[in-house]
Design a protein around this ligand. Structure first.
Ligand code: FAD
Length: 529
């Protein structure tokens, strides 16, 4: 059957490695599960397709949400998360996120995460749709890098944890609905290897790179979602893609995120006529939920005929702003913009996928011994729209629960053998295909047709593009770049299919032809091969 694997292989002819737990991904979810597994005494291997710092996590600016402020409570955090999720949050999952989240953040502090302080107290900022200041941040706007740093430090302390960089996971090895390992392409040697494991944790992050305009780094190609889907796992809510309202728009410059925390500190949005417009769209003005701000910006852009609107910080204290946002200040300066004095041109871009591999509250997927956490997982904790800064927290909270579950499982006992069976694929055709131009076309198709404003006509165009690419399934991917393009085609098609099915507007999914939120659509779309 074409489309099950990306390459031809025979597991009996490939070098084998064996471990108890395999964490796939070097972001917050992969690092945290590797650390917790090692602490629990398991042999754990962490695989990442590039270097360990090449992650979405490393770029996270705004911070991590936790209800630890004096006037705050998990109950308020719960209410805000549920409200942003537009009717599709799993209430039990949100309850866990906001209650266990405070312990997870405290744990980061305990292992030495240098969050910013304001005097004696932890500094906390506000972001869109939060009713309280509850976002902890580090080095101003470099929170993700700081969290990665401490977690990596912890993982490295354990002899029973090994990190493999440049190890591209190609496919999951699943027999009779049981996952027993993965097929890996070792970029440094050019060889394939099989990693057998008693438990496989998918933590491969998001899929922003399926879009032309995105805040995500090049690793975010949706590999985990695609490989799990190919292996028969259930995938849920993928039509819900969050478009971040404010990314830097300059000719020839990749879309750089201007954190929501900038608006949290008082920046306002103006159209090209200089008019502040957000108060006329929503009571929370610039701090309305992200989907509302993104659509308001698109509407202003359409009215004025410009390709951006502007973030205005000129009324704020210049020194304070430069100190609070050093990364944003430095990046903008590189392009000749002083954030304290100049208006910053911004527009929405793909940022986060709320959907992913369906899990329960303990990270179990529909395939036995396959777990998922972080951005590639979906247990509806973010519903149809993620509340800002809940994503780093999600990786920690549900990563922890996976390891806690594994600790209880007999399967991980030392005396039990890793299950090894022979896996073979030999039907794929070895021929040159122009994957690079297909990738470029895919990104444009996704941007134009499956972006923040969707219609059935646009989605039809996207789906007919994907139909035309179906024949590619019979070709063998010859390198990891081609594997990524195959994965992006898989995920892009899933997003478009689910977006076509959902004939309503809700959270991150907006249909111009079905602008209302409809009660009968208060349900999840689950896709399975
Ligand atoms: C610019 C930016 C700013 C953000 N700011 C915030 C914020 O302030 N607060 C917040 O909560 N969230 C923020 N987010 C979202 C958040 O950073 C991510 O959702 C979160 O970091 C995802 O973590 P993760 O561990 O799931 O994945 P990632 O951090 O993306 O890590 C994925 C890992 O998987 C690896 N991988 C992928 N495919 C394969 C494969 N085939 N084989 C092997 N390895 C693979 C990658 O190499 C990488 O190591 C931001 C995102 C971006 C892009």
């Amino acid at each position: 059957m074409y489309g099950r694997y990306l390459v031809n292989f025979d597991s009996s002819e490939i070098e084998h490695v064996e471990t108890e737990i395999l964490s796939i991904g070097g972001g917050i979810a992969g690092l945290y599960t590797a650390w917790q597994s090692a602490r629990a005494g398991f042999d754990v291997m962490l695989l990442t397709k590039r270097t360990i710092s090449d992650t979405n996590t490393d770029r996270a600016q705004g911070g991590i949400a936790a209800a630890i402020g004096e006037s705050d409570s998990p109950e308020l955090h719960y209410k805000d998360t549920i409200a942003a999720g537009a009717g599709l949050c799993d209430e039990a999952a949100v309850r866990i996120l906001v209650t266990e989240g405070t312990d997870r953040v405290q744990e980061l502090i305990d292992i030495g995460a240098n969050f910013d302080y304001y005097g004696e107290k932890l500094a906390m900022t506000k972001e869109g749709a939060h009713s309280k200041r509850r976002i902890l941040h580090a080095h101003g706007d470099a929170t993700g890098a700081e969290i990665s740093r401490v977690l990596l430090e912890q993982v490295k302390m354990f002899d029973n944890a090994t990190i493999f960089e440049q190890h591209f996971v190609v496919d999951l090895l699943v027999k009779e609905n049981e996952c027993c390992g993965v097929l890996v392409f070792d970029e440094s040697t050019g060889n394939y290897r099989i990693f057998w494991a008693k438990a496989v944790i998918l933590a491969t992050g998001g899929a922003g790179r399926v879009y032309n305009y995105t805040t995500n780094p090049t690793v975010a190609t949706g590999d985990g979602i695609a490989m799990a889907y190919r292996a028969g796992a259930e995938v849920m809510d993928v039509e819900f893609v969050q478009f971040h309202p404010t990314t830097l728009v300059l000719p020839g410059v990749p879309r750089f995120l201007i954190s929501e925390a900038v608006r949290g500190e008082g920046a306002v949005l103006r159209n090209s006529r200089g008019e502040r417009f957000m108060p006329s769209y929503h009571g929370m003005a610039e701090l309305a939920p992200r989907d509302i701000v993104a659509r308001a910006i698109l509407s202003e852009m359409a009215k004025t005929g410009e390709n951006c609107v502007y973030l205005d910080l000129t009324h704020l204290n210049a020194d304070r702003i430069r100190e609070r946002f050093p990364t944003i200040t430095k990046t903008c300066l590189k392009y000749g913009l002083d954030i304290a004095k100049d208006l910053i041109p911004v527009a929405p871009a793909a940022h986060y996928i709320m959907g992913g591999v369906k899990t329960n509250i303990d990270g179990e997927t529909s395939i036995k011994h396959l777990y998922a956490c972080g951005e590639n997982a979906c247990l509806a904790v973010h519903g149809a729209n993620r509340l800002a800064s809940n994503s780093l927290l999600d990786g920690l909270v549900f990563g922890k629960r996976i390891v806690e579950l594994l600790k209880k499982q007999k399967r991980l006992k030392k005396e039990l053998e890793v299950k090894k069976t022979r896996f073979v694929c030999e039907e794929l055709v070895d021929a040159a295909c122009d994957f690079s131009s297909i990738e470029s076309e895919l990104k444009v198709v996704m941007n134009e047709n499956v972006g923040p404003l969707r219609t059935s006509q646009r989605l039809m165009q996207a789906l007919s593009f994907f139909d035309r690419q179906e024949c590619l399934r019979k070709y063998k991917a010859r390198n990891s770049k081609e594997m990524e393009v195959q994965n992006m085609l898989e995920v892009g098609r899933l997003i478009a299919e689910a977006a076509m099915m959902r004939t309503e507007s809700r959270g991150g999914h907006f249909r111009l032809d079905f602008p209302e939120t409809v009660l009968r659509w208060k349900k999840h779309i689950i896709l399975r091969k």
